[in-house]
Every structure is written in C-alpha cells, then in structure tokens.
Design a protein around this ligand. Structure first.
Ligand code: GLU
Length: 451
C-alpha cells in the first residue's frame, strides 16, 4: 500500500492524476510517488519544468503494448499468457530495459519498473531511454522445450516493436542468457537480419559482452564501496546478507567476497540459508546456474549450514544488506530490525526492494542507503556497453569492460552524492538519484519541443 504523505505543492495534483488514470497499479503509484517527493526544490530552481508540464508528461508512457502469448506445453495443452512492453521514455535514446517472466507480472509492475528505468538509465550517462516488459508466464518447473516455445511465441508478437534504434530489451527476473538466446533466434528468423544490437545479455560468442552477466551485482557492490568510502569505511571484514540467489545475488556475493567482506546468507522465495563460514559460491552457482535447483539443497552439501524454510533473512544480524531478490522485500519492520542489529549500509541490487516505510527507517537512521535506481544501474549500463560493441562489431576484454563499469558506478555515486548536497539533502541518495535523473530527462524533453 502506498502511504499518504504530503507532496510538494503543485506536484500533488500530478500524483493524483497518476492514481486516477492508473487505478489499482499500486507499485506504479509507489514508484511515481517516491520520485515526485524529491522534486519540490527542482521546480523552484527550474520553473520551466512546471510550466511545460514535464512531470505530467514523464508519468505517461509514450507507448504501451499488451499482447496474447499462446503456446503449447509438453502435454500439447494450449496455454495463454499475457505479454507486455511499456515504452516509457525515449528522449535520451532507444527504449532500454529488461523483460521479466514471473507469475506476479501485471501492467502495474511493468509500469513501475519502466518508470524507474527512465531515471536509472539517465544516471548511467549512456544514450538510452527507459522501458520494461515481460509476461505473467511462470518459468518455474517448465521444461527446456516449453521455455523455448514460450520465448518464440512471445517474440513473434514483440519483434515488430523492437530494433537496435527503437527498443532494446534485456533480461530481468526469469529471463537470463538461455531465454535471450531463444528470443534472439526468433527475432532473427522473423526479420531475416542478424541485428545483434536488438537485445542485450546475449551469450559470449554470438554478440554478447563480457561482464554483462556480472554487471548488476558487481556494480551494486561498487556503489556500496563508494558510499562507505565517503564515510571513511570499507567493505573489508564486513558481515553481509544478500537476498535472492539469482544472477544479481550471485555476482553481488562474488564481488563482496573479492573485496574482503563475508556473506553469510542468501535466499529464494521458499526460505534462506545461513552459512557462518561464508557462502560457498561455487556450490550456489552449481545449484542455481547449472542445475536450476532450490537454495534449500545447499544445506545438503554444507553440513554446518542451516536452511530456514519460510524464514526472514533480514532477522539475521549484519553490517551490510544487499536486497537482490524483488520489489518490496524489506518492509518498515525489517528495516528497523536491520538498523537495530547494526546494519550500516544497504545497497539495492533489486528494483524497489524496500517499501516507503523501510526507506524512511533507513534515512532516519542515517545509514548509507543506496536505492536501486542508482545502485543497480550497472546492469543496464553494461547493456549499453554491449550495444556499443555490437554497433562497432567489436569485443572488449573482461578487464577493460569491468574498468568501465567501475568508472560508471563511481560516477553515478559522485553525481547522486553531489546532487543531494546541492539540493540540501547531504548523504540522501534517494533525493540525489531522483533529482539528477529527472533533471537530465527534463532538460532533454524541453530541448526536443512538445513531445
Ligand atoms: N533488468 C535490468 C534492470 O533492471 C537490466 C536492464 C537492461 O540491461 O536493459 O536494470
């Protein structure tokens, strides 16, 4: 539920319009409100944004596509899912953002993700607009063939809306390298073009870029490293929790360990594991990336580790928390528990994993809190690097690409930190990210006339 707090004058009406126009889309309302809450001082500095109704325009997607995805399961039973692509804003570049396959996907979820993507993408400094898509298809328990047939049917409709200069999807929850492969294969058949730049997150060897797989997790850790640096601290020796055990979580754990931190817990939607000796990442990779099993199985291989079915990972004491599973996974109570237990930094690898109440707790406690649209921008930034390589038919080394990712994340940290300071909210990365992202988009929208 979105809570009702007073919005700056003039912005409240815009928010009410969003609510009235998009009934029942609670996550979308939540994402919009969180941005609008930061914008009061921006309209004072740039009154032209208000005169030109930039906020109202930014909250309305440029285009929304909803389509039927019919496919046949292994029993030859006909299945019907719903596909979405919300092309939110293309003022900075072609639409860019992932595809999510999960039973919880609805128009409101895709709109919240697409809205956040606009500002996240702007913060990367790369020429990419904001979009998101996906389906309420549940990949869990589906066979390899079912996944392929679904992806082919999904692309059979979506392809007409895509293109390297139009809209460039990538992965998100439920969509990884395997799915991107099937989607790319179908796009190639339908268009008869080897258009590498139409999708990112491709496999190495057929247009993919090194570091893309690792980028969201690595980038989120770099962001936390920078937040701690400002406070004269570092990740070395810190005890960490990482929720999730998918792509973002795995590479968050990897980079945390590389920088000397100790990750003692990770999770999936059924429960979490605690391994006080430090998570054995090779085992997690084998279970999740290769065998596609549940995290509960971890405890079967590491006898000292504990699996807590249905438990709450945030009850475990830690110094650094990196939510890397899904939206609204940390509520006000969880945030209070984390702070009470000594948590000093939170870096969001997932999109909007903390509820507004939770965010308030972190900000009031004055801990280093890196919101997703800044902290997890490394994924999409590296997608933009993949697009660069595709456009120039080039392939960069791991070291070179990782250095670029580090520079981009360090740059996003500097921009968000300095913007917060400029607008009187020192250390508040929520304000810094919202304002810096919004100003970039708003200025470009003004320059391009009434669009
Ligand atoms: N789904 C990722 C995100 O939330 C990546 C999007 C992309 O690479 O286009 O930013």
């Amino acid at each position: 539920m979105t809570t009702r707090a007073a919005l700056p004058e003039g912005i409240e009406a815009a928010y009410q319009q969003v609510q009235a126009r998009n009934p029942g889309e609670e996550e979308f309302h939540q994402a919009v409100k969180e941005v609008l809450e930061s914008l009061g001082p921006v309209l004072v500095k740039y009154p032209e944004f208000a005169h030109q109704k930039i906020i109202q325009r930014v909250c309305e997607p440029e285009r929304q596509v909803i389509f039927r995805v019919p496919w046949q399961d292994d029993r030859c039973e006909i299945q019907i899912n719903r596909g979405f692509r919300v092309q939110f804003n293309s003022v900075l570049g072609p639409y860019k953002g992932g595809l999510r396959f999960h039973p919880s996907v609805s128009l409101g979820i895709i709109k919240f993700l697409g809205f956040e993507q606009i500002f996240k993408n702007a913060l990367t400094g790369m020429p990419i607009g904001g979009a998101k898509g996906g389906s309420d298809f549940d990949p869990k328990g589906k066979s390899e063939h079912e996944i392929m047939r679904f992806c082919q049917s999904f692309m059979t409709e979506l392809y007409r809306h895509l293109g390297e200069y139009t809209d460039v999807p990538a992965g998100d929850i439920g969509v990884g390298g395997r799915e991107i492969g099937y989607l790319f294969g179908q796009y190639k058949r339908l268009t008869s073009r080897y258009e590498s730049g139409v999708l990112t997150g491709k496999g190495i060897g057929w247009g993919g870029a090194l570091v893309r797989k690792e980028a969201t997790g690595y980038g989120a850790v770099y962001f936390v490293r920078e937040m701690l640096k400002v406070r004269g601290d570092s990740l070395a020796g810190k005890t960490c929790l990482v929720s999730g055990s998918g792509n973002v979580a795995i590479y968050t754990i990897e980079k945390l360990a590389e920088l000397g931190a100790k990750v003692i817990a990770c999770s999936d939607s059924n429960g979490f594991i605690i391994d006080e000796k430090g998570i054995d990442l090779d085992l997690v990779k084998q279970l999740k990336e290769v065998e596609r099993r549940r995290i509960a199985d971890y405890a079967g291989y590491r006898k000292h580790a504990r699996y807590i079915a249905g438990g709450n990972i945030w009850d475990t004491p830690c110094q650094v928390a990196m939510p890397s599973a899904t939206q609204n996974e940390i509520n006000g109570h969880d945030a209070a528990t984390l702070v009470r237990n000594g948590c000093i930094a939170v870096g969001e690898g997932a999109n909007m994993p903390t509820t507004p109440e939770g965010v308030r707790v972190f900000l009031d406690a004055g801990i280093a809190y890196g919101p997703g649209k800044a902290a997890n921008a490394g994924g999409v930034a590296t997608s933009a690097l993949e697009m660069q390589q595709n456009a120039s038919r080039d392939a960069w080394s791991f070291e070179f690409t990782e250095r670029k990712l580090d520079e981009i994340m360090t740059g996003i940290h500097t921009t968000t930190y300095e913007t917060a300071e400029e607008f009187g909210a020192r250390g508040n990365y929520v304000v810094g990210a919202n304002i810096a992202g919004f100003i970039k988009v708003a200025k470009a929208m003004l320059a391009l006339g009434l669009i």
